[in-house]
Design a protein around this ligand. Structure first.
Ligand code: GDP
Ligand code: IMO
Ligand code: MG
Length: 423
């Protein structure tokens, strides 16, 4: 099985990093394929908790080469804060490679993000304000600066200065933040020198590894319903987290991919604005947020809670060609009397045949629920499917029946070993 893709099936924060860390054990390369430091990927190892934004979740194994792929937008200050933080805790980042084709984020991208959010007022997307959308927009406009540009320091310095001067004029005209061009240029020249040893032809590194029979894992950030094409537009991110994006964002061809693991939380959360059919407002929702610690890894924002939605999961299975599902955070539902699962949508008393292509309609659907009896006991010590309470197994079986994809892993706690792996 040469290439595995791990993709979020909801609106992010499904526990992708925990599962990637688990799977990385049997892989040689773990490569991020899209997104940037809008991601917050948590790995818990014993009493240590690591929150990763750009560094791939395979970094904790000495045998893994972590790669930041061409589809990622890279904020160099964050990358080095992260590398320094990891290395000060004894986690080596020496093997890390950054694709020469990956686009860089600059301070003006963050200024544009903030300006566009404030212009939207009540209709704001609720972005992470990291400059992700503006950086991808520059990539599409063909005015971006890429990691490979640092290989010629003089040219890189000129490129940054030219873009900064242009952006200074644009931001002035929009009433945005003042850019201190000289300070930015100086800072990025230094960051460019520092990133140079990490910059590599990651596309050929990946293919050479595959030619040698090595195992590659492609790490998705964000999730299916934040995908710029397939998500709840405009309340989405600016990249393609869906499995197709794993090819364009890494340079690996589709025929090399044999395993596509969709990560789904046993309930749902969403950060930022946008439709959410199974959203729980009130006490029950607060209980999920409290027990599940549903606050953003990066921004600290409260995540909106809701029940598991199998209409969405079925659609995610189609969009991503899922070969399996990892159902995470089952333990968070341990003490609920009833666990609800959305199995269909209705609009004006009529059943919808599937996930609608209109986000406004998604905002108007009435979810139809299957109510399952809670198991009212802790599952954190459970390591085999047979040892799960019968009610918890019923939830897993309902997912498999509705989605038509096997659930091969079940998360029962945040730590690496707190997982039921079905053979
Ligand atoms: P990601 O962005 O998809 O990697 O997910 P995040 O790291 O943003 O959020 C998932 C949170 O749930 C993190 O705090 C994880 O440590 C935690 N987590 C992951 N899987 C489980 C699980 O099965 N049970 C519990 N209790 N926590 C989990
Ligand atoms: P991980 O990888 C959850 C959301 C933001 C906002 C929208 C657009 O940890 O699952 P952006 O800054 O990307 O332009 O914001 O996308 N968002 C995430 N939500 N998890 C993430 O990443 C997210 N990355 C972006 O909250 O609604
Ligand atoms: Mg996250």
């Amino acid at each position: 099985m040469p290439v595995t893709v791990v993709v979020g099936t909801q609106w992010g924060d499904e526990g992708k990093a925990k599962i990637i860390d688990l799977l990385a054990h049997s892989h040689h390369i773990v490569a991020r394929y899209q997104g940037g430091h809008n991601a917050g990927h948590t790995v818990v190892l014993g009493d240590q908790r690591y929150a990763l934004q750009l560094v791939p979740s395979g970094v904790f194994y000495d045998h893994v080469t972590p790669i930041i792929g061409n589809g990622v937008v890279v904020d160099l200050p964050t990358l080095f804060t992260e590398i320094d933080g990891l290395e000060s805790r004894g986690v080596s980042c020496a093997r890390l490679k950054v694709s020469s084709l990956a686009h860089l984020i600059f301070p003006w991208h963050q200024s544009h993000d903030a300006l566009s959010e404030s212009a939207l007022g009540n209709n704001k997307i609720g972005t992470t304000l990291k400059g992700i959308g503006p950086a991808y927009a520059d990539k599409a406009r063909r005015v971006g600066i890429r990691a490979g540009d640092v290989r010629d320091p003089k040219r890189f310095c000129n490129l940054v200065r030219e873009r900064a001067l242009t952006e200074q004029r644009v931001l002035d005209s929009l009433g945005g933040e003042k850019l201190d061009v000289d300070v930015i240029v100086q800072r990025f020249v230094e960051l460019g020198e520092r990133v140079l040893p990490y910059v590599a032809d990651t596309v050929n590194i990946l293919h050479d590894a595959l030619d040698k029979g090595e195992q590659v894992l492609l790490e998705g950030a964000q999730a299916t319903f934040l995908d710029i094409d397939h998500g709840t537009y405009p309340f989405v991110t600016s990249s393609n987290p869906t499995a197709g994006g794993a090819c364009s964002g890494s340079g690996v061809g589709p025929r090399d991919i044999t395993r596509i693991v969709g990560i789904a939380k046993a309930y749902t959360t969403r950060v930022g604005s946008g439709p959410f059919p199974t959203e729980l407002i009130g006490e029950l929702g607060n209980r999920i947020v409290d027990i599940g610690h549903e606050f953003g890894t990066v921004t600290g924002r409260r995540r909106r809670p809701g029940w598991l939605d199998l209409v969405m999961l079925r659609h995610a299975a189609r969009l991503n060609s899922l070969t399996e599902i990892a159902l995470t955070k089952l333990d968070i539902l341990d003490m609920f009397e009833t666990v609800r699962v959305c199995v269909g949508y209705e609009v004006d008393g009529k059943k919808l045949s599937g996930y609608p292509d209109n986000p406004e309609l998604l905002g108007a659907v009435i979810p139809k629920y299957a109510d399952l009896t809670g198991w009212k006991t802790s599952v954190r010590e459970v390591r085999t499917f047979a040892d799960l309470p019968v009610q918890a197994r019923a939830l897993v079986e309902l997912v498999e029946q509705n989605v038509g994809v096997p659930v091969t892993m079940i998360g029962v706690g945040p730590e690496r070993n707190e997982c039921v792996v079905r053979s």
